[in-house]
Design a protein around this ligand. Structure first.
Ligand code: NOJ
Length: 512
């Protein structure tokens, strides 16, 4: 287990939209490097970069054309190696996005695979027997090449599924076993891609659709066996490298497949991500809402259940949101966000913040860009400074921007929030400081629910520290006496043998 995960807090960057260092209207790698001190200053010590490889960008880069080359619009491979170096100097880690389930239909492997003549790549993708056959249960594309067969999709039409074989074989005339030597080559390629970036200084990978590799694999045992190969490689040659999966089932991802972390997300295959709201009340009312008055039970059930099952073997990663979710500020207002972030940063596991969530950037519904569709509204440029053109994201003319910045006069900005002691940004910074100061609050510490009543007061214990919440718009009693107060948002008052929690309050304190 990489030691640095114990106190890691990640910051996810959508490279297109973070910082444009060369005035061409789109974010780039050097822009990220220039902003490392901002990220570090907030207390984040690890980065996840969304795909930054060569791509036709039909799905924002999740359609990879070349796994080993940085897309020119973001810079060069050397720029990325330099980012790794600069991050390490600051004691930070950087993970890349690994997309093993599919490539772009422009990838060299696919261009070869679709040729009618047999070649090295013919079996790299999943092809049906003939152009007339689209076996049920999966999506297929037909008639796009001279090869007599349909190719299976993993996501959009431009993302053919790489062939990792089948577990339950229902038609041996075109399905290969996942143990077949021919499909073993596909995963070997992915292991080589991992080695390439790790050898250049990268610290691990967020793995896209990690559970999607082997087909007809309902229990995911075959897919898990592939990842165990990857984990064995890491343990042997890169013991400080981490892998976090988009699997959304921590017991399977961590216990069966050997991932270090798994994201807690809902229903990802139907693309209805809820981000942090996924540990929300089952009726889709947020626990943090002033008016919902719902118990935290439903919200925490799945999380606690998974936590119990994986104990000690890995970590759950709860997110503020990501590039696929509506921004968290779409459903929670500023004071509700303060409570949500207090929880996010005091839970066991490895938390992930999506860029801009520290200032409550908004979800801005708009026309789709590069396969974003409804997700585009969460991918707008970072808002750095209210006094600068394009809010400091880029010096390009605003008509040339990759996506427009939030143009409302009250668009939240990082610099102005940094100068305001009560801002959300400073709350995030303080919570991160607290997490670094007290190992009890970090990834490994225990968690025990002390109070979870049906009137929405929640209090959990992390070692000798308690974290309590009252999301309601009126005060409530916490039947626990407060020791030294370490952090509060709202107002918590100590009484002789109980604590009075003001409306919309979260507090972190030492147990007496
Ligand atoms: C999940 C990624 O987060 C999403 O952005 C992408 O479109 C799909 N996987 C397909 O790769």
């Amino acid at each position: 287990m990489p030691q640095w995960l114990k106190n890691a807090v990640f910051y996810e960057i959508y490279p297109q939209s973070f910082y444009d260092s060369n005035d061409d209207g789109i974010g780039d790698i050097n822009g990220i490097t220039q902003k490392l001190d901002y990220i570090k200053g907030l207390g984040f010590n690890a980065l996840w970069l969304n795909p930054c490889y060569l791509s036709p960008f039909m799905d924002a880069g999740y359609d990879v054309e070349d796994y080993l080359t940085v897309a020119p619009r973001y810079g060069t491979n050397d720029d990325l190696y330099n980012l790794f170096k600069e991050a390490h100097k600051r004691n930070m880690h950087v993970i890349l996005d690994l997309v093993p389930g599919h490539t772009s239909d422009q990838h060299r492997w696919f261009l070869e695979s679709k040729l009618p003549e047999r070649n090295k790549y013919s079996d790299y993708y999943v092809w049906s027997k003939s152009v007339w056959e689209k076996p049920q249960g999966y999506q297929w594309v037909s008639g796009m090449s001279d090869r007599d067969g349909c190719y299976m999709l993993n996501f959009f039409n431009s993302q053919p599924a790489l062939n990792y074989g089948f577990n339950n074989i229902t038609d041996a005339s075109w399905q290969m076993s996942y143990t077949d030597e021919r499909v073993k080559a596909t995963f070997d390629e992915i292991l080589d891609v991992m080695r390439f970036w790790l050898d250049h200084g990268c610290d691990g990978f967020r793995v896209d659709m990690a559970d999607s590799l082997v087909k007809n694999d309902d229990e995911k045992t075959a897919t898990a066996s592939l990842w165990r190969r990857a984990r064995a490689m890491l343990d042997k040659d890169y013991p400080e490298a981490m892998i976090v999966s988009e699997w959304c089932n921590a017991p399977r991802s961590i216990n069966m497949a050997g991932f270090h972390c798994d994201f807690l997300l809902n229903h990802y295959q139907k693309m209805t991500y809820y981000g942090f709201r996924c540990i929300e009340d089952g009726q889709n009312k947020s626990y943090f809402s002033k008016t919902a008055h719902v118990s935290a039970h439903n919200m925490l059930n799945k999380y606690l259940d998974e936590l119990r099952q994986i104990e000690g073997k890995g970590y759950i990663s709860v997110i503020s949101g990501n590039h696929d979710t509506e921004r968290i500020s779409y459903t929670l207002d500023n004071s509700e966000l303060r409570l949500a972030y207090t929880m996010l940063l005091t839970l066991p596991g490895v938390p992930f913040f999506y860029y801009g969530d520290e200032i409550a950037m908004r979800y801005i519904p708009q026309k789709s860009k590069e396969g974003g569709f409804h997700r585009t509204g969460s991918r707008t440029p970072m808002q750095w400074d209210r006094t600068l053109p394009n809010l400091g994201f880029s010096n390009a003319e605003s008509s040339k921007l990759y996506l427009q910045v939030d143009d409302r006069p009250d668009a939240p900005c990082a610099l102005q929030q940094a100068q305001d002691d009560n801002s959300l940004l400073n709350l995030v910074r303080r919570l991160n400081e607290l997490r670094q100061q007290y190992p009890d609050l970090q990834a490994d510490g225990s968690m025990e629910i002390l109070v979870c009543d049906d009137k929405s007061v929640l209090c959990y214990r992390r070692g000798n520290i308690a974290v309590a919440f009252n999301p309601k718009d009126e005060s409530a009693i916490l039947p626990i006496a407060m020791g030294e107060k370490l952090f509060e948002t709202g107002n918590a008052v100590s009484q002789s043998d109980y604590t009075l929690l003001g409306a919309q309050t979260a507090v972190v304190f030492k147990l007496k």
